[in-house]
Ligand binder design. Structure first.
Ligand code: SF4
Length: 233
C-alpha cells in the first residue's frame, strides 16, 4: 500500500498477477476515499413533498443500503450528507444553515428537486427561498418535481465520484484558514437578512443589477421604477 497520492508505480502485468493471487495494491488515498464513499450517512430531515421520494429511496424497492447510505442520522454531528429535499421557506432557512454548520467535516450537500434548487413552482412566492445555494455550498443538484428515487441514487453516485477524486493533501477541510461554517441569516418582517451569502453565491446578474441601481442612485438620487412611472402618467 502506497502512502502517496496518485497511482503507485507498479507494473500492470505484475499487478494483475498479484490480484489473481488475492493481493490488492492500492494507495492510502484510494482506500480512504473508498471508505468515505461507501458510508455516506445522510441527515434525517425533509422539508416537503420531495422528502417522500427520499424516504422511498430508503425502502426495500430502491435499497439505498447498496451504497452504504442507509443510515439516516437524527443528529447533524453524525451525518456526512445533507439532502435538502423540499421547498425551503425563508422562515426555515436559518435552521437549515444552522444544521449544516453543525455537521462534522467532511460534509456534502445534495439539493433534491426544483424547490431547493431555485424555488420550483413557488419561486415567485414571497416566503420561498430561491435556492439553498445562496447560503451553503451545494455539491450535487438533482432537478425534477419531484425527482424519482432513481434520480436520488444517481445523484448519490455522482457524489461518490466526486469523493473518489478528492485528495487528502488538497481537501478543503484540511486546509488552514478555510472557512466551512457560514453566517446564519436572520428572518424578520422583511424576509432574510442578508438575502444571500456573498461568499457562497455570486450571481453575475444580481451583481450587475445592484451595480446599475447604485449608479442610478448616484445620478438621480432615487431608482427609476418604470412601473411607478407608468401608473403616475
Ligand atoms: S420540487 Fe416539487 S415535489 Fe419537490 S418539494 Fe418542490 S413542489 Fe414538492
Amino acid at each position: 500500500m502506497g502512502l502517496a497520492s496518485g497511482s503507485p508505480t507498479v507494473d500492470q502485468g505484475l499487478k494483475s498477477e498479484l490480484e489473481k493471487e488475492g493481493v490488492v495494491l492500492t494507495t492510502l488515498e484510494q482506500l480512504y476515499n473508498w471508505g468515505r464513499r461507501s458510508s455516506i450517512w445522510p441527515l434525517q430531515f425533509g422539508l416537503a413533498c420531495c422528502a417522500i421520494e427520499m424516504i422511498a429511496t430508503a425502502c426495500a424497492r430502491y435499497d439505498i443500503a447498496r451504497f452504504g447510505a442507509e443510515l439516516f442520522r437524527p443528529s447533524p454531528r453524525q451525518a456526512d450528507l445533507m439532502i435538502v429535499a423540499g421547498t425551503v421557506t425563508k422562515k426555515m432557512t436559518p435552521q437549515v444553515v444552522r444544521l449544516y454548520n453543525q455537521m462534522a467535516e467532511p460534509k456534502y450537500v445534495i439539493t433534491m428537486g426544483a424547490c431547493s434548487i431555485a424555488g420550483g413552482p413557488f419561486k415567485e412566492g414571497y416566503n420561498v427561498l430561491q435556492g439553498i445555494d445562496r447560503f451553503i455550498p451545494v455539491d450535487v443538484h438533482i432537478p425534477g418535481c419531484p425527482p424519482r428515487p432513481e434520480a436520488l441514487l444517481d445523484g448519490l453516485m455522482k457524489l461518490q465520484k466526486k469523493i473518489d477524486g478528492q485528495s487528502i493533501e488538497s481537501a478543503e477541510w484540511y486546509q488552514q484558514g478555510q472557512k466551512r461554517e457560514f453566517p446564519i441569516p436572520a428572518f424578520g418582517p422583511k424576509g432574510l437578512e442578508p438575502p444571500y451569502n456573498p461568499e457562497v453565491w455570486k450571481p453575475r446578474e444580481y451583481e450587475q443589477k445592484k451595480q446599475t441601481e447604485a449608479e442610478a442612485r448616484k445620478i438621480h438620487g432615487t431608482i427609476h421604477d418604470p412601473k411607478q412611472s407608468a401608473v403616475s402618467q
